[in-house]
Write a protein that binds this ligand. Structure first.
Ligand SMILES: [Mg+2]
Length: 172
């Protein structure tokens, strides 16, 4: 028995992309429609798993506890419906890692542990490295973008998470 899943990048998909590292609860601002989108996915039997690069930890810019406090706020504001969170603390200046997107080890671990059906699953991200990571394991992809970015490898483009769920995932 395997489950379908929607994997979500964090910054720019769940919370506001600030153009720099987000590691305080004050700066962690949930985007409009995100809590509704996650509830809709859960009501349609999808697992929801967050896949996030957090290289600021290995670079000493913020602590693991800083990240965890943001994740507690994220869980609370999305009604504890997120099934799991995978993070990669590595940065090429400290250590190369296959877990850091655009590599796919975080996804592979999540797929194995949660017994995910890749063919029925999606990755939603706002950066090309999110899309590349998902294409390495053969998953469907949606890029969150305010502009029509024609050079993307993503299968679909949408403006935000709730539109991606309503207009693409629930119709494909
Ligand atoms: Mg992002």
């Amino acid at each position: 028995m395997s489950d379908k899943c929607v994997f979500l990048d964090r910054d720019g998909v769940i919370n506001e992309e600030r153009g720099t590292y987000t590691f305080t609860e004050t700066d962690f601002i949930l985007l409009e429609g995100v809590a509704d989108a996650i509830r809709l996915l859960k009501n349609n039997q999808f697992k929801v798993i967050v896949i996030t690069n957090q290289s600021g930890i290995s670079q000493g810019l913020y602590s693991l506890e800083n990240m965890l406090s943001c994740h507690r706020k994220m869980m609370s504001e999305t009604n504890q419906l997120i099934d799991d969170i995978y993070y990669s603390k590595w940065h090429p200046s400290i250590s190369e890692s296959l877990s850091r997107k655009p590599d796919s080890l975080m996804l592979e671990r999540a797929i194995a542990y949660h017994q995910i059906d890749i063919g029925k699953s999606w990755m939603i991200g706002d950066k090309e490295r999110d899309i590349e990571s998902a294409l390495k394991v053969g998953m469907k992809t949606i890029l969150i973008s305010q502009t029509e970015k024609l050079e993307t490898q993503a299968g679909f483009i949408e403006k935000n998470l709730i539109r991606a769920v309503e207009n693409i995932i629930l119709k494909n």
